[in-house]
Structures are given as structure tokens and as C-alpha cells.
Design a protein around this ligand. Structure first.
Ligand code: UDP
Ligand code: MN
Length: 343
């Protein structure tokens, strides 16, 4: 009896042994995690650009898997436009970034235009929504884009305004970082704080982040499928009316308030509030989108990419920018200066 008592380990010893095994298990678990993370980067993104800035570090990064990499053919790009911009803004897009993805880009406008229809191989959609900035008209236009995307089998929907420059390869690199089978709403936050509105269905204030339509917004197929009950062409105008807000604000309401998902804030998406003149020279070619503002005097005379206009009649400098980085794509002159050194 006395002997048995002596042989029984003291509670302190038992605690030590338990702690020892628990720490060993913990260390194994952590190192396995590091290994998986390392493996994921090496296998999935061997040639990707450095991560573009992402303000809220999405928790849904693309996991290891066997699915093919996202290519431009997996993306549907909608450009919102209107009759009065066909000969100015649309022509500028046709002269520049349209040539980087002519199969994937569709223009959503409010009239028929046979000459543009011919130039784009039938990619002009007359939404029938009417012209103007009125909330129901803009909501109607976006709902047609969403519904048309939904009928395709593509992985991603991105839409931009017609005063955006879209760097297509950078867009594909951005999307490759996310899994289209998970819910992703990717854009530039419009305001420095969440938008507060009254949801008339519950007569209560709600608040949410929303991505500004003017900087370009992307959605995964998984998310669009969930959004359809609020954002299809039959439903979106009702949802806009429910909060009395325009298209991009209503999208934020649907995603954050109704579906409880979050906006992934990406700062390489820029609207006309961030033109080339606001972006340091070495950073310009890393942006996914930027806007322009013809009233911005900084774009006149001195070129923000360190050269005079390489194309005649280039007040926005978008042709000069495009032809410098994408020779052979678009309406570029034969001889183009070397790109400026990145700094
Ligand atoms: N737009 C439209 N219908 C109109 C006016 C504008 O669809 O009657 C589109 C326009 O083509 C652009 C977007 O709405 O894609 C934003 O227009 P704009 O850049 O003129 O104004 P912003 O809101 O950026 O100041
Ligand atoms: Mn604009």
C-alpha cells in the first residue's frame, strides 16, 4: 500500500507530462500551417505579380486546388455608357484598352448604334433603360449587366464606367488571387466610412460599405448567384427604390446588409478622383483602373508619364500611356518611345 502510494506520480508530474505533449502537438500544428501556406503560394501563383494592395486582407484567399488559373476568357467586362459618350469616351476605349480583351468586353448603352456595333463585332447592348442619371435608369442598366453575366458560364463579372482606363492583365492578376467559387465583392470604397441609409422594408437605419462604380467593381460567380434575388433585371430597381439610392450604393446594401458579406477594398482600382496625375509615375502601370478628368489641368502640357503626348490629340494622356505599355494593341503610332524607367 505504502509502496503503491510512492509509485503514483504526483499531480505536478502529471501536469508536466500533459503540458509537454500539448506543446509538442501545438508546434506540429503550427509548422504544418506554415508549410501549407508556403506550398499554396509556390504552386498556385508561380508567376503572379506582387500582391496588389488590399486594405482589409480578405480572409477568403484562393485555396490550394486543382482548378485552372483564371484567364481573361473567364471574365465578363461590362462598360456602362450612354449615347452622348459614344463618339468621345467610347472611341477612346476602342483606341486603347478594348483591344486587350475584345471578346470579353460589352458596352451597355441606351440607343442602337450600328457603326459601333460593327466596330465591336456586336458587343453593343441597347439596354432600353433610357438616358439620364436618374436612379431607376442607372439601376436598370446595371441590372441588365448582371443578368447578362449570369447567363454566361464565366467566373467573374467586372464593370467599369466609360471614363475608366482598365489595365486588363492587371485585372486578371488581381482576380487570380481570389476563388470565384467563394463570395467576393471587390472594389474601391467610395467613402471613408460606411454609408448609412434607411431600409424602408424594416424602417430602420442600416450601414454598409459600398464600392464606387466609377472605379470598377468585380464580383465572383458565387456571389452573383446569391445576389440575383435582389439584383436581377426583374428585382434590382425594387431594391434601389427600397433604400432610395443609386446602383453602386444599392449593390453595397445587397452584399453587406442583405447577404452579410464584406467588400474587399482594393486601392489599385481608381475612379476619376484618382487620375494618372494623382498616381506616382512608377505606380501607374501597376494600377488596375484609373479615371480621367478633362478638367484636370495637370494632364495638359506636361505629361504625367514623363513624356509629351506620343499620339496627337491626347488630352487625357490615356493613348500615350496605353501605347507605351501595350505596343501593338489599339490604335497606336508605329514609333513609340521607350517606357519611362520605373522608379
Ligand atoms: N451614364 C449613363 N447615363 C447617363 C449619364 C451617364 O449611363 O445619362 C454613365 C456614364 O456613361 C458613365 C457613368 O454613368 O459610365 C458615370 O457618368 P459620368 O462619368 O458622366 O459621371 P460621374 O458620376 O462619374 O461624375
Ligand atoms: Mn465619371
Amino acid at each position: 500500500m505504502e509502496y503503491a502510494k510512492k509509485m503514483r506520480p504526483s499531480p505536478r508530474k502529471v501536469l508536466c507530462v500533459v503540458m509537454y505533449f500539448a506543446s509538442a502537438a501545438f508546434i506540429c500544428f503550427i509548422t504544418r500551417g506554415i508549410y501549407l501556406r508556403f506550398d499554396y503560394k509556390r504552386v498556385i501563383f508561380p508567376a503572379a505579380e506582387p500582391l496588389v494592395c488590399n486594405r482589409n486582407r480578405s480572409v477568403h484567399r484562393r485555396p490550394p486546388g486543382t482548378e485552372s488559373k483564371t484567364e481573361i476568357s473567364d471574365v465578363f467586362i461590362g462598360v456602362k455608357t450612354t449615347r452622348k459618350y459614344h463618339s468621345s469616351r467610347l472611341q477612346l476605349i476602342l483606341d486603347t484598352w478594348y483591344s486587350l480583351a475584345p471578346e470579353e468586353i460589352y458596352f451597355f448603352t441606351d440607343v442602337d448604334d450600328s457603326s459601333l456595333q460593327e466596330k465591336t463585332n456586336g458587343h453593343i447592348v441597347n439596354t432600353g433603360c433610357g438616358q439620364g442619371y436618374a436612379m431607376p435608369i442607372l439601376c436598370c442598366k446595371l441590372s441588365i449587366i448582371i443578368s447578362m453575366f449570369h447567363e454566361t458560364g464565366k467566373r467573374w463579372l467586372c464593370h467599369v464606367d466609360d471614363d475608366n482606363y482598365l489595365n486588363v492583365p492587371n485585372l486578371v492578376n488581381l482576380l487570380r488571387q481570389y476563388d470565384h467559387n467563394q463570395d467576393h465583392y471587390i472594389g474601391r470604397e467610395s467613402l471613408p466610412k460606411p454609408k448609412v441609409v434607411v431600409d424602408s422594408a424594416i424602417r430602420k437605419e442600416v450601414q454598409f460599405w459600398f464600392a464606387t462604380g466609377g472605379a470598377g467593381v468585380c464580383y465572383s460567380r458565387a456571389l452573383i448567384s446569391k445576389m440575383m434575388i435582389y439584383a436581377s433585371k426583374e428585382n434590382f430597381q425594387k431594391t434601389c427604390a427600397r433604400i432610395g439610392q443609386p446602383d453602386d450604393v444599392t449593390i453595397g446594401f445587397i452584399v453587406e446588409s442583405l447577404l452579410n458579406r464584406t467588400l474587399t477594398k482594393v486601392c489599385t482600382l481608381n475612379s476619376h478622383l484618382q487620375t494618372m496625375a494623382d498616381i506616382p509615375v512608377g505606380e501607374q502601370k501597376k494600377q488596375v483602373t484609373f479615371g480621367y478628368d478633362l478638367k484636370d489641368l495637370r494632364l495638359k502640357g506636361v505629361n504625367v508619364i514623363n513624356m509629351t503626348a506620343v499620339v496627337n490629340d491626347d488630352p487625357t494622356r490615356l493613348k500615350s500611356f496605353h501605347c507605351t505599355f501595350f505596343r501593338g494593341y489599339g490604335n497606336c503610332p508605329e514609333i513609340i518611345p521607350e517606357p519611362p524607367p520605373a522608379n
